[in-house]
Design a binder for this molecule. Structure first.
Ligand code: FES
Length: 195
């Protein structure tokens, strides 16, 4: 597996501590994976290697468990997760268009990827989140956005990014501008980087 620039730095001592607490038998696989994912947001390869080396769980068993349960993910997750509902009501109301618009804003081109290259956001498909009357719906952090068109989703993402101090891929030059000292007269200085 290739090293990804978003990969977490794994603390081996921590993984060893979880193994000492949970045990080395095959039944320890799920709790160990849960501990790893709680810590890093996904299952880094390095942590998986430590578990395989230090327990009775074989590599194929461990990866079998990791890929069987949808709660586990093998790729790094962004600093913020956008949940796009794909329940029936949202699906028929255009959830796919919301995904497409968000992925476009985040510069995610490969179908098998779901995270922006700068690690800012991950777009995740989820089942019904219980507010079907607002379909199609997405959730960023603890905020729910409903009755969305693609452009609404993009606008809400941009607003969220601005509030969180995140920059969407392709807007790095705006980040550079933000970091550079503003040499214009105070009256001409913009209050916000993004309009
Ligand atoms: S189907 Fe999307 S909220 Fe229910």
């Amino acid at each position: 597996m290739e090293q990804n620039s978003l990969d977490a730095t794994v603390d081996e001592t921590l993984v060893q501590k979880w193994i000492a607490e949970t045990g080395k038998s095959v039944s320890a696989a799920v709790p160990l994976l849960q501990a790893v994912q709680n810590e890093y947001g996904y299952l880094p390869r390095e942590a998986m290697d430590i578990i395989v080396a230090e327990t009775d769980v074989g590599a194929s068993q461990l990866y079998g468990v990791a890929t069987f349960y949808s709660q586990f993910r093998l790729d790094p997750v962004g600093r913020h997760v956008i949940k796009v509902c794909h329940g029936t009501a949202c699906h028929v109301s255009g959830a796919d268009r919301i995904n497409t618009a968000l992925r476009q804003s985040l510069g995610i081109k490969n179908e098998d990827e779901d995270t922006a290259s700068n690690g800012s956001y991950t777009v995740e498909d989820v089942a019904c989140i219980g507010c079907c009357s607002l379909a199609p719906v997405m959730v960023i952090g603890d905020e729910t956005f409903g009755n969305l068109k693609g452009t609404d989703a993009q606008r809400s993402l941009k607003k969220h990014a601005r509030q969180q101090g995140e920059f969407l891929p392709g807007h790095e030059e705006e980040k550079s501008e933000a970091e550079a000292p503003d040499r214009r007269s105070p009256g001409k200085q913009k209050k916000e980087v993004w309009q």
